[in-house]
Design a protein around this ligand. Structure first.
Ligand SMILES: [Zn+2]
Length: 170
């Protein structure tokens, strides 16, 4: 197989999913979601900054290209990835998208978190994600949902994100 430039108009869809366990932390920094800090008395258990949305986004971008996932590209066994900012992972995935002759068409993501509500930060998250991807804000949609009080997310023990992206050849 060669990495020839795809014919213009060729589209590829990608899906990404991520989950992080949450740990109670009174007076901590809070949660990073889509590059935006959400005030909360919890922190995400992770090797990096634990940004569940940016991790799912990275996997969606890589998945659309049919490339290895974030865990293979940035193994948590590598000390270089400890405490790493998640925007770095997104940037690396965007570089691969460009190198393969594609541009991001649009992104649709859902963050599942029991509390606090994501809605006050939704616009800030959309802007941040659009900036990272170098696309317009109207190409990025972010939704927030609760876990309806059931399961690990509903019980406040985890945060989850689902992201789909569409790439088109340019
Ligand atoms: Zn993650």
């Amino acid at each position: 197989m060669t990495s020839q430039t795809p014919p213009p108009g060729t589209c590829r869809i990608g899906h990404g999913y991520d989950l992080h366990r949450l740990e109670f932390e009174q007076g901590g920094a809070g949660l990073m979601v889509g590059g935006v800090l959400l005030a909360a008395p919890v922190r995400a258990m992770a090797h990096s900054d634990g940004d569940v949305l940016l991790h799912a986004l990275t996997d969606a971008l890589l998945g659309a290209l049919g490339e290895p996932d974030i865990g293979q590209l940035f193994p948590d066994t590598d000390p270089a990835n400890k405490g790493r900012e998640s925007w770095d992972f997104v940037r690396a995935a965007v570089e691969r998208v460009r190198a393969r002759g594609y541009a991001v068409g649009n992104v649709d993501g859902t963050v599942v978190l029991q509390s606090p509500k994501l809605s006050p930060l939704k616009d800030a998250i959309r802007e941040c994600v659009a900036g990272l991807l170098d696309v317009r804000v109207d190409q990025v949609n972010i939704k927030g949902k609760t876990g309806e009080g059931v399961g690990p997310v509903g019980e406040g023990k985890a945060i989850e994100a689902h992201v789909v992206v569409l790439l088109r050849a340019v």
